[in-house]
Design a binder for this molecule. Structure first.
Ligand code: KIV
Ligand code: ZN
Length: 391
């Protein structure tokens, strides 16, 4: 896949790494709904399952491969022939597809989990990549637990994977252990030491165990990685994966500094986030960046006053840019008279309809009791004041 050097490929794995962490699995119909939303969002590649794992997974990969046309569809395989063959069979209905095969490379995984030598693992990886290339010319190879893999072994494995035919080589921080400068340093070392590195796209796949998945992915991009693997709302194993909406909006908002872009249709972000949250039964935390309920709401009086003067005082991107209709100014005891007048105006009242000092005093008394005051509460306060005036 030829790409310009300032384009970052977005590889969505909501339906594979994201789905594997859910309490209840999604039906084929639900997976199709999510796949089509992710397609509308404009991702380059979507990883949609692990076909060898179950007949249901195989069927959903097959259905998605049959109907998704505007993104490349990919499925996961361990570095064994049966898994790779299952991917090729399930993905066959797609015009073009990617097979993603992986094996662990860290000492702890190679010795404790696989009970093999590093040489055995290397041989399995090379065989798997060559076998996958029989079915497609788009093969991705992942060095599982790359973040904890000795750097000499990682360099050797990446070089061998590219020679064997991998067109994308993925560097996962499987357990979310690395720090941003450390992870960026690993990518930089690969670019400095692997002689054939420019023959493949270097991808990253970061988990969020220390809350660093997005920071690590961006650090890797600054070091030369050109594919980010991520999920909607950051869902995934344990503390989740790198969040798609966050990296997409970082590259849009800080484009001048970073010099890279994605092809994400950012206006679809809120809608896609809501669909995934509902179907996966995974509520999004209120203060989650970009898609949390409070991401574009302002509570303090000072901030609300600033927002009424110019929206860029406290917002670095507009809610409309991610598909949310407008900024919310929460009415709380920290809100000032200015925001109350503004809200009354948006509810259709003119200043001559009420006396601001009286309304504001009643509003503060109510806000102290109940926290957030809603539009209906404000209108009820006005109604009560009018009733009392008439007595
Ligand atoms: O976290 C991980 O290492 C993975 C690989 C299969 C890419 O999900
Ligand atoms: Zn993962």
């Amino acid at each position: 896949m030829g790409i310009s050097n300032d384009k970052v490929i977005i590889f969505d794995t909501t339906l594979r790494d994201g789905e594997q962490a859910l309490n209840a699995s999604l039906s084929v119909h639900e997976k199709l709904q999510i796949a089509h939303a992710i397609e509308r969002l404009g991702v380059d590649i979507m990883e949609v399952g692990f076909p060898v794992s179950s007949p249901g997974d195989f069927q959903s990969v097959q259905e998605i491969a049959r109907t998704v046309k505007n993104a490349r569809v990919c499925a996961l395989a361990r570095a064994v022939e049966a898994d790779i063959k299952a991917c090729a069979d399930a993905l066959k209905p797609a015009d073009q597809f990617r097979i993603h095969t992986f094996i662990s490379t860290s000492d702890v995984h190679v010795q404790q989990k696989l009970k093999k030598s590093f040489a055995d693992v290397q041989a399995m990886a090379i065989h798997a990549i060559k076998y996958a290339r029989r079915f497609t010319d788009d093969v991705e190879f992942s060095c599982e637990d790359a973040g904890r893999t000795p750097i000499d072994n990682l360099c050797r494995m990446v070089e061998q994977a590219i020679i064997a035919g991998a067109t994308t080589v993925n560097i996962p921080d499987t357990v979310g252990y690395t720090l941003p400068n450390e992870f960026g340093g690993i990518i930089e070392t690969l670019f400095n030491r692997v002689p054939n590195i420019d023959k493949a796209v270097i991808s990253v796949h970061c988990h969020n165990d220390l809350g660093l998945a997005v920071a690590n992915s961006m650090s890797a991009v600054q070091a030369g990685a050109r594919q980010i693997e991520c999920t909607i709302n950051g869902i995934g194993e344990r503390a989740g994966n790198c969040s798609l909406e966050e990296v997409a909006m970082i590259m849009k908002t800080r484009h001048e500094l970073l010099g890279v872009h994605t092809q994400i249709n950012h206006h679809e972000i809120a809608r896609t986030s809501k669909l995934v949250s509902q179907l996966c039964n995974m509520p999004v935390q209120l203060n989650k960046a970009i898609v949390g309920g409070n991401a574009f709401s302002h509570s303090s009086g000072i901030h609300q006053d600033g927002m009424l003067k110019a929206s860029n005082t406290y917002e670095i991107m507009t809610p409309e840019s991610v598909g949310i209709s407008k900024t919310k100014l929460n009415l709380t005891s920290r809100s000032g008279r200015h925001v109350i007048k503004h809200r009354m105006e948006s509810l259709g009242y003119q200043e001559s309809d009420y006396e601001i000092e009286t309304l504001y005093a009643d509003f503060l008394a109510l806000a102290d009791k109940k926290g957030q005051v809603f539009d209906d509460d404000l209108e009820a306060l006005l109604f009560n004041i009018k009733q009392q005036d008439q007595q």
